[in-house]
Design a protein around this ligand. Structure first.
Ligand SMILES: [Fe+2]
Length: 467
């Protein structure tokens, strides 16, 4: 009995509080719900951005030399956001602090933008670490290495030429060596890669459309090589004809200022001078203006003391394969020019088999070998023409490697092989070591994962072959 009045009083006291509780509770619940919603949305956006980055890190990373190869390096890559700054961080290998270099945007051709950054004031013959800016916050590419060129006659270096790659995974099954060629060259990690043309074969491989997407795919395919070795191109018939477009290809590469909208250009590495020549026609030769530019360029290189002048191009002046025979106009034009100017080694491709001549003089008339040696030549010898093809993709014409027209090789042939994918390595020594010679090795790759084999090896000495 005595409890009831007390409970009543308590009830009366709590009633105002009970009346206000739902409003406060609702307010706090609303605030909590709003906060949770914002946190959820923020976390979702962050996760989505993270997933985007994981799916699309900076790609197509490749190195090039537009200016002095001993003291500069140009880095090109693609990001998907067009407000991402063109920023490279670099440091001496093993150092702690990053330095920064900034550049500019270029059209990507497809999604996002290309970034083009030239790092300057580097030390010759030095390895640096670098990374490029990606999309989203503090996202960067993986750290990789780049190397500057040695000053002339201070250090040896390696150069690799490859061509006729195709894109991995072609439906017609012809790209039987592409992936392994990329893997093997990436393992060798040369200072420079000379890309010899015929890259994506857009006319027969239409998995990536339009052409710019096929170009994206090719640059990503080459990234294991080109993010650590400088990649300098020449262009093939496929980049300029057959439904492709020279401008679309050339604007993706960084090349020095040359001739004819950079269809031809040159650059120096140590004591060697490399000339990229635009040779794309099956039988047509070069224009007079192009020939004059080539000759002037070689003479200037010789005058500046370069020991080696090495032209590289796509179409071959010496080829016995049935898929793409010798370009005789090119042979008639470049034979005398190269002999006159002291060129010793010429690199080309196009016809899908490996062929290498003896050192020849009096081209295109008698085409006389100056030596019967298979392995060593001197400065008194003629010009050796090397055809290194394919670098991954077999011929559409034969659906195999190029078939030699005759079981007996021509008199000018020192070695030939049409059973493997190939790439050619030049090891250039400085004067004073091994007489400053150039050692040439061509590697055959079966594409089945078995180790590459050296199928041809020879050298040009600056002294005598017996010393
Ligand atoms: Fe070709």
């Amino acid at each position: 009995m005595s409890r009831r009045p007390r409970e009543k009083r308590l009830e009366q006291r709590l009633r105002p509080l009970g009346a206000t509780l739902p409003k406060r509770l609702i307010r706090w619940l609303l605030i909590a719900a709003l906060t949770l919603t914002l946190v959820f949305l923020g976390a979702t956006a962050a996760y989505s951005a993270y997933k985007n980055y994981r799916r699309r890190p900076p790609d197509q990373i490749h190195l090039a030399w537009l200016q002095n190869p001993a003291t500069t390096m140009t880095v090109v890559w693609r990001t998907y956001r067009d407000d991402t700054p063109s920023l490279v961080e670099y440091r001496l290998k093993g150092a702690t602090d990053w330095q920064q270099a900034v550049g500019s945007h270029l059209p990507s051709g497809t999604d996002g933008v290309l970034h083009d950054v030239t790092i300057e004031d580097l030390t010759p013959n030095t390895t640096y670490e670098y990374r490029v800016k990606g999309d989203y916050w503090s996202v960067w590419s993986d750290v990789a290495t780049l190397r500057t060129a040695p000053l002339p006659n201070t250090k040896s270096f390696d150069v690799i030429y490859l061509a006729d790659t195709g894109l991995v995974g072609r439906k017609d099954g012809l790209a039987t060596g592409t992936q392994q060629i990329v893997d093997e060259i990436a393992k060798l990690n040369p200072l420079v890669v000379l890309a010899g043309g015929d890259y994506a074969y857009y006319d027969k491989d239409r998995r990536y459309k339009p052409l710019d997407r096929a170009i994206d795919t090719w640059f990503n395919q080459m990234m294991p090589i080109a993010h650590q070795s400088v990649m300098m191109p020449t262009f093939g018939n496929h980049e300029a004809l057959l439904g492709e477009n020279f401008t679309l290809w050339s604007q993706r590469f960084a090349t020095p200022t040359g001739f004819d909208d950079n269809r031809n250009y040159s650059f120096d590495v140590g004591n060697a001078h490399f000339i990229s020549i635009f040779a794309i026609y099956e039988q047509q030769g070069l224009s007079k203006a192009t020939l004059k530019w080539i000759e002037d360029d070689i003479q200037a290189a010789k005058a500046s003391g370069k020991d080696w002048v090495i032209p590289f191009m796509h179409v071959s002046a010496f080829a016995e394969g049935a898929s793409h025979p010798s370009n005789l106009a090119l042979r008639a034009q470049l034979g005398p020019l190269f002999e006159r100017t002291g060129v010793k080694l010429v690199l080309s491709s196009h016809d899908q088999a490996y062929e290498r001549t003896y050192p020849l003089v009096d081209v295109p008339k008698s085409m006389t070998p100056t030596s019967t040696s298979k392995t060593c030549y001197t400065q008194n010898d003629g010009v050796t023409w090397i055809k290194t093809s394919p670098g991954g993709k077999k011929s559409n014409k034969s659906e195999a490697f190029s078939i030699f027209k005759n079981p007996t090789p021509p008199a000018w042939t020192a070695y030939r092989n049409n059973t493997m994918h190939v790439f050619t390595q030049l090891h250039v020594e400085p004067a004073g070591e091994n007489q400053g010679e150039v050692q040439v090795k061509t590697f055959g790759v079966r594409g089945d994962g078995s180790p590459p084999v050296v199928i041809d090896s020879f050298k040009y000495a600056t002294g005598t072959c017996s010393s």
